[in-house]
Design a protein around this ligand. Structure first.
Ligand code: TUI
Length: 310
């Protein structure tokens, strides 16, 4: 039990990352049913898609779940409104500052938990009313910051008084215990849930994660200020080659338009973008969400010298 489990009313202090294209109601409902916080990731979708997903998730579970708003989405203002109207229990945000939506969400009674990649934004989020923050290290998949989880989490913990959730590089009980030692009161995991039974992604995506090794991910777009971590493949190789040769961001954008969809929906191993974190090397089997979560906390509790409560 931590301030996070108390605040949200969940059994285990674990959030499932709101991964674009990957995290629809299937995995969100499964994680929430298992006692964690499932999260529907809106990614680049619109408000109508989200309304439908919320409805389906509510049909599948009566446990709390959340929605992730990716702030680079051009329809972010409309989506933010739907989140308030639907009175979703928890909202997490990524890839920017959700400051302008905070008052509306708080008025609707929503628990607001922004993802941050640095201390300054964590402080600002606390100031404008965030209930907790997710400190996401550069080990994570997708759009990332510079600091590692190991360095970021304790610095954020020291800078704010609201609960801190650690993300980036966590896929088992050792990672959970380590995060708690750094002062976190919960964890957020993405990669491990890309390879679970209930997640609605192409089998090739799951296989890419399962087969990945410690050194299988690459970060594209760093020189443009848009770093994205993914599993190395023909597309990431080509992107990095062109990036290193000095091609402009605009010229390169065409290469990756729709590539996340190609990976998740079509399982296109050559031209898809398989976003995943560095911990993919530790993920070696496909398991039900419930097994992933329960084994993680059983191991963490043992490591921390505690017995799991009945
Ligand atoms: O948002 C993420 N991860 C994502 S979003 C995404 S969708 C996408 N698709 C194609 C290309 C690029 C993205 C895939 N993965 N994680 C949360 C996160 N937020 N990581 C880093 C940040 C962040 C960075 C800067 C949050 C705030 C921030 O500050 C901006 C500011 O305004 O101060």
């Amino acid at each position: 039990m931590t301030r996070i489990t108390d605040l949200i009313g969940i059994k285990y202090p674990i959030f499932q990352g709101g991964m674009a294209w990957v995290a629809d109601w299937h995995i969100a409902a499964a994680v929430s049913e298992a006692g964690g916080l499932g999260i529907i990731g809106v990614g680049g979708a619109d408000e109508n898609w989200l309304r439908d997903q919320i409805k389906k998730c509510r049909e599948a579970t009566d446990k709390p779940f959340g929605v992730n708003l990716m702030l680079m989405n051009p329809r972010a203002p409309e989506i933010a409104k739907v989140i308030a109207e639907e009175k979703v229990k928890v909202v997490t945000t990524g890839a920017g500052s959700p400051e302008k939506y905070m008052a509306m969400w708080k008025k609707a009674g929503i628990i607001v938990v922004p993802v941050i990649a640095g201390v300054a934004l964590a402080k600002r989020m606390q100031q404008c009313g965030a209930d907790a923050v997710i400190a996401e290290g550069t080990e994570s998949g997708g759009h990332i910051g510079e600091a590692t989880t190991m360095t970021l989490v304790p610095q954020v913990v020291d800078a704010v008084s609201i609960p801190v959730i650690a993300a980036g590089g966590i896929a088992d009980g050792r990672g959970v215990a380590a995060a708690f030692m750094l002062g976190a009161e919960g964890v957020q995991c993405g990669t491990v849930f890309c390879a679970c039974d209930e997640v609605n992604v192409h089998q090739n995506y799951k296989d890419m994660v399962i087969k990945a090794k410690d050194n299988s991910t690459r970060v594209t777009g760093r020189s443009y200020g848009h770093p994205v971590r993914q599993i190395r493949n023909a597309l990431s190789n080509k992107y990095l080659e062109m990036e290193q040769s000095g091609v402009t961001f605009e010229e390169l954008e065409g290469l990756t338009v729709g590539s996340l969809r190609k990976a998740v929906v079509e399982g296109d191993t050559k031209e898809g973008t398989f976003m995943a974190g560095q911990i993919a090397g530790l993920v070696n089997e496909i398991r039900p969400a419930k097994v992933i979560i329960e084994s993680m906390f059983e191991q963490a509790d043992k490591l921390m010298g505690r017995k799991l409560e009945a």
